[in-house]
Design a protein around this ligand. Structure first.
Ligand code: ATP
Ligand code: MG
Length: 376
């Protein structure tokens, strides 16, 4: 959808802001640009919508070379959320959101309807229409900024630190809303941030830039965290990148251990026999359809009766779609140190801190030493 081909920007004062940048953003993906202040993130965004002309290189939108097309027409295909929001202070929220539709000559009724739709989409009450930007909180203004960028339903969204100056709680809510919104509208997004956590949470892929505008790595969050390309990237994502990886690592199916099981209708005697044979002090109680009905321990299985009358609820379970972080968090809350993994109704097995550790390790190669450990 968007392709940058060796794009370079040298400002007239000689400042090299972006240096030979090549990257591709597929349709519906969120590409995160991240890196230290001054590494050329804003410059890159502004070259994509031609607010800044590249010194060399080419930019393609849907295979069309847009370095030559009319910039005004180009910008109508791209919503832009600028750094610091930049709402027009003397215009109402309604007028702010309606900026582009009005430029496009939409009639009043259509503009009104669209503003209503957008306010709802970004989670703002209709009464905000008549207010002015100064009468909104910072988080609300940022939502208006997003609504304004979405107004004419452009296929591309360029967002420059849209949640920048916002407290962590509101920021996290806006991020969740962004993910929900993106699930509905499927824009192709280029999103600038300083915040590694935000990049990991929102990005399909992350581009890490170093000062001087040189791309260090362009990969999925999981890959960047597992295999940082060099020390700059390793340092930038943080010494706790292993913990961050838990969030983006799916449940490893081959890491799930299948414990010995027993049918709910079996006798306690049979359960004890299985425990003895398998050398275990508990069994998963699984019915004929593969559904987990509970678990039974050695103590529960004392005496006579049938398993279903003596089984207990499993302490913790997660869905196979959850992250490894959810799995580890669940095991840490249990007495037994294990969490059951469920696919729909079907019981797949259990994870423990040890198997989670193994799964994480198995998906990492040797990674470079962080620069901070280097001796001078
Ligand atoms: N108009 C300009 N003229 C000269 N140099 C510029 C101009 N605009 C930006 N620069 C320089 O180009 C480099 C990249 O700037 P840019 O705004 O793209 O950085 P950024 O990554 O967005 O930084 P931040 O995270 O602080 O927003 C910086 O060194 C900046 O000083
Ligand atoms: Mg910037």
């Amino acid at each position: 959808m968007i392709r940058l081909d060796s794009v370079t920007k040298r400002y007239p004062n000689g400042q090299l802001a972006v240096n030979g940048l090549s990257l591709e953003v597929a349709d519906g993906e969120t590409c995160i640009l991240i890196g230290p202040s001054g590494c050329g993130k804003t410059t890159t965004l502004k070259m994509i919508n031609r607010l800044i002309e590249p010194t060399s290189g080419r930019i393609f939108l849907d295979d069309e070379d847009v370095t030559r097309v009319d910039p005004i027409r180009l910008r109508r295909r791209m919503g832009y959320v600028i750094q610091q929001v930049g709402l027009f202070p003397h215009e109402t929220i309604e007028a702010n959101i309606a900026t582009v539709p009005r430029l496009l000559g939409w009639d009043r009724a259509r503009v009104r309807a669209r503003v209503g739709e957008l306010l709802e989409l970004v989670g703002l009450d209709a009464e905000y229409r008549r207010r002015y930007p100064a009468q909104l909180s910072g988080g609300q203004r940022q939502r208006v900024g997003v609504a304004r960028a979405l107004a004419a339903d452009p296929p591309v969204l360029l967002m420059d630190e849209p949640f920048g100056a916002i407290d962590p709680v509101t920021r996290s809510r806006l991020q969740d809303e962004f993910l929900r919104l993106q699930g509905e509208v499927h824009k192709t997004v280029v999103f600038v941030t300083h915040d590694v956590e935000e990049a990991i949470k929102l990005g399909t892929r992350i581009a890490i830039l170093e000062v001087g505008g040189v791309l260090q790595q362009y990969d999925t969050p999981a890959e960047v965290l597992a295999r940082p390309a060099n020390r700059m990237v390793a340092d930038f994502v943080g010494a706790d990148r292993a913990l961050k990886r838990l969030k983006v690592t799916p449940i490893p199916l081959d890491g799930v251990t299948v414990p010995p099981t027993i049918a709910p209708s079996a006798t306690l005697e049979a359960a004890r026999a299985v425990m003895a044979r398998e050398n275990t002090d508990w069994l998963a109680v699984v019915d004929g359809d593969g559904v987990l009905r509970g678990e039974i321990t050695e103590d529960d299985a004392d005496g006579t009766g049938i398993v279903s009358d003596h089984a207990r609820r499993v302490e913790a379970w997660i869905s196979v779609d959850d992250s490894l972080e959810a799995a580890l968090a669940a095991t840490l809350l249990t007495e037994s140190g294990r969490v059951a993994v469920i696919d729909g109704d079907r019981f797949l097995g259990v994870l423990t801190p040890t198997t989670i550790h193994r799964a994480l390790r198995n998906s990492v190669d040797a990674t470079p030493e962080p620069a901070s450990l280097e001796t001078p």
